[in-house]
Ligand binder design. Structure first.
Ligand code: NDP
Length: 367
């Protein structure tokens, strides 16, 4: 059991719904998160925080709040006076995740933080420490670890249905056309396609296996002269080796048309999730011998599942399934991939863990 699972945190909200202040009204918040809160079972929107006062007021009113529930970044600490705000959901450019986690911990609020947890191992460690010291929970917003298709795939992998797993292959690529995007500024993003989209491959491979890689190697590539990639990398390919002998080969890019997939190859069969990381319409197929089955899982809002999980854990006083430590581990793996790439692709060793799910809390409830 990890230390974070034993932690007892305050505040524990009653009645049944955990109230959130959502920080940053960008694309993800407006298109996915606010609608997910509207159908939340254990969660509800209590406040919004934005640098754009008009947008903040409009979002508050559109989701049943009042103008008084709209805050600026300068007013963030005033959330400390709100007993109905139990947690903050940080949906800001990556390099701001640490600052707002520390500020939230200081005012006694639990923290749900978007991926990647931070832009460096050092920042991620500081975030885990700040929340632990303040007695609040920190959850990394890894929606794919709350998604029924991914759980069905994990069951197939870990039940032995595919035999012994030998190889995995995962790709997450998309075109990033916008030169002005914060995602292409190193200071705000921390890196290029790896922390933004490649992270899904790292994290999902680890989730399906339950294992931790002990060694990685990687290479980076950016199209010469392409101004978008002056500060951050366009593409990364990398390999991860696991204690059970599994080798995972992965690739991510900001330069290729959208594709998001994961394939698992075992001695008795294979599975594929394709698309694997979309918000909707995931498709999981399992093949053993000549038998190919599409595993049908009722569609669910991934963001509702994720936020409701954190809400229930806060209410129960238990650490979430994907705590800060889970995001920190991915930060260490990504740092090792960059190190390998900068050292000519030589393998870089990571701390070796033999157990399963060493950074995760108790498994989420499944319907
Ligand atoms: P956007 O660029 O659409 O929104 C970011 C928001 O942050 C802005 O709209 C702005 O909100 C606020 N902000 C504050 N300071 C800055 C700044 N210096 N530059 C730019 N924006 C700033 O980003 P996304 O919503 O796509 O991503 C936000 C976070 O969510 C990232 O960490 C990303 O990795 C993660 N993400 C996760 C996804 C998932 O599936 N889990 C999917 C997409 C993103 P305001 O105007 O209100 O101040």
């Amino acid at each position: 059991m990890t230390e974070s699972r034993e932690q007892t945190a305050l505040p524990q909200p009653k009645p049944e719904q955990t109230g959130y202040a959502v920080i940053g009204l960008g694309k993800l918040t407006l298109e996915e998160l606010l609608p997910a809160f509207a159908v939340g079972r254990a969660s509800r929107l209590a406040a919004v925080v934005s640098g754009d006062p008009a947008e903040a007021r409009a979002a508050a009113l559109a989701y049943g709040l009042t103008e008084a529930d709209a805050y600026s970044y300068d007013d963030f600490e005033k959330l400390g006076e709100r007993d109905d705000v139990h947690a903050v959901y940080i949906v800001l450019p990556n390099s701001l995740h640490r600052e707002y986690t520390e500020r939230a911990a200081k005012i006694g609020k639990h923290v749900l933080c978007e991926k990647p947890l931070a832009t460096s191992v050092e920042d991620a460690e500081a975030m885990v420490r700040a929340c632990k010291d303040a007695g609040v929970f920190l959850m990394t917003a890894y929606r794919c670890q709350y998604t029924p298709h991914h759980w069905a795939a994990r069951d197939a992998v870990q039940s032995g249905r595919l035999g012994q797993i030998k190889l995995m292959h995962s790709v997450n690529v998309q075109v990033e056309p916008n030169e002005g995007q914060w995602r292409l500024r190193r200071e705000l993003a921390g890196g290029g396609s790896l922390p933004d989209v490649g992270l899904y491959c790292v994290n999902t491979v680890r989730f399906l296996l339950g294992e931790e890689p002990y060694e990685v190697s990687g290479t980076l590539y950016s199209t010469p002269g392409d101004e978008r990639f002056r500060e951050v990398e366009e593409s990364v390919t990398w390999q991860m080796r696991f204690p059970s002998g599994v080798v995972a080969q992965c690739a991510c890019s900001y330069g290729a048309a959208t594709a998001r997939s994961i394939d698992v190859f075992g001695t008795e069969g294979r599975l594929a999730i394709d698309p694997a990381f979309d918000y909707q319409n995931l498709r999981l197929t399992v093949q053993t011998g000549q038998d190919v089955t599409e595993v049908r899982v009722p569609p669910e809002d991934q963001f509702r599942l994720e936020t409701d999980h954190f809400s229930r854990r806060i209410q129960e006083g238990c650490a979430p399934y994907t705590p800060g430590e889970e995001g920190l581990q991915d930060q260490k793996i990504m740092a090792a991939i960059y190190q390998s790439a900068h050292e000519g692709g030589r393998p870089v060793a990571l701390e070796r863990f033999e157990g399963r799910d060493v950074f995760r809390g108790a498994a989420p409830e499944r319907s």
